[in-house]
Design a protein around this ligand. Structure first.
Ligand SMILES: Nc1ncnc2c1ncn2[C@@H]1O[C@H](COP(=O)(O)OP(=O)(O)OP(=O)(O)O)[C@@H](O)[C@H]1O
Ligand SMILES: [Mg+2]
Length: 262
């Protein structure tokens, strides 16, 4: 049964989409079957997967509002070797239409229930706001991965985000857990980043991934070539960091599984 992970942070520009695309590609490169769901009408994860958001025949709109089968909606030939549910401006309409739907919070969960056995990982790229699309992602997910930059006030923002996740979970998904906290665009020479990083570890312990994602220009360039960074510059620090993250996540979940068996 595939694990469903929502990548979320209400703050904009913290590396949600970069993480979604490159983690999906890294998981796929380790022979996992991966589905990436773009729930952001900006369609950045779609374009970053080599799929033209202006040309794509179906998006999350068809999945959520028209209740079309995932197999009909998903794009199978992405540059990252994972399946993709695309997004474009139609997904803004989906957000509005969801308001009128029956069980509007559970549309994505219901759509994924039928297909999750076909995947090892289902990764959801959330928009930078707490709208009905994000609520659908939280309701469908097993866990939330929070990318964040180690800046001043980051900790306050994170505490507020955790509060929101907990409140939301208690209503739509009591089993939702925190998958992990990922430090993005990290510069180890920056003293503030190091201080915030230490505070993070004090507050959130081993929920903070050991892997950090460095600031790396290749990560910013790759989307304009419609590809995850590992197929753009596989020796870049960004490509290596996301592969390391995938490895850390896979090891963690195997450890949890063996604990459950024991
Ligand atoms: N590790 C990194 N090194 C350098 N640039 C990065 C890195 N991670 C992300 N970026 C760049 O920072 C910008 C924001 O990243 P990204 O789009 O992933 O954030 P986001 O949280 O998805 O944003 P939004 O909230 O708008 O959806 C992008 O231009 C991206 O290329
Ligand atoms: Mg994004």
């Amino acid at each position: 049964m595939g694990k469903i992970i929502a990548i979320a942070n209400q703050k904009g520009g913290v590396g949600k989409t970069t993480t979604a695309v490159n983690l999906a590609a890294s998981m796929a490169a380790t022979k996992r079957k991966v589905l990436l769901i773009d729930l952001d009408p900006q369609g950045n994860a779609t374009m970053g997967s080599g799929v033209d958001k202006y040309e794509v025949p179906a998006t999350a709109y068809e999945l959520l509002i028209e209740e079309q089968a995932l197999d009909k909606v998903a794009v199978k030939d992405t540059s990252g070797k994972y399946d993709l549910v695309a997004a474009n401006s139609d997904v803004t309409a989906a957000e509005i239409k969801l308001m009128e739907c029956f069980a509007r919070e559970l549309r994505l969960r219901n759509a994924l229930e039928k297909v999750r056995a076909n995947y090892d990982y289902i990764i959801i790229d959330c928009p930078p706001s707490l709208n009905m699309l994000t609520v659908n992602a939280m309701a469908a997910a097993d866990s939330v991965l929070v990318p964040m930059q180690c800046e001043y006030y980051a900790l306050e923002g994170l505490t507020a985000l955790m509060d929101t996740i907990n409140k939301l979970a208690s209503v739509v998904n009591p089993k939702l857990s925190i998958e992990g906290i990922l430090r993005t665009m990290y510069d180890p020479r920056n003293r503030l980043a190091n201080d915030v990083s230490e505070q993070l570890k004090t507050h959130f312990g081993d929920k903070v991934y050991r892997t950090v994602i460095p600031r790396n220009v290749r990560l910013a360039e790759a989307p304009s070539f419609g590809t995850p960074v590992m197929y753009y510059d596989k020796s870049s620090t960004g490509a290596k960091a996301y592969l390391a993250l995938a490895g850390e996540m896979i090891r963690r979940s195997e450890k949890q599984k063996s604990k459950q068996v024991a």
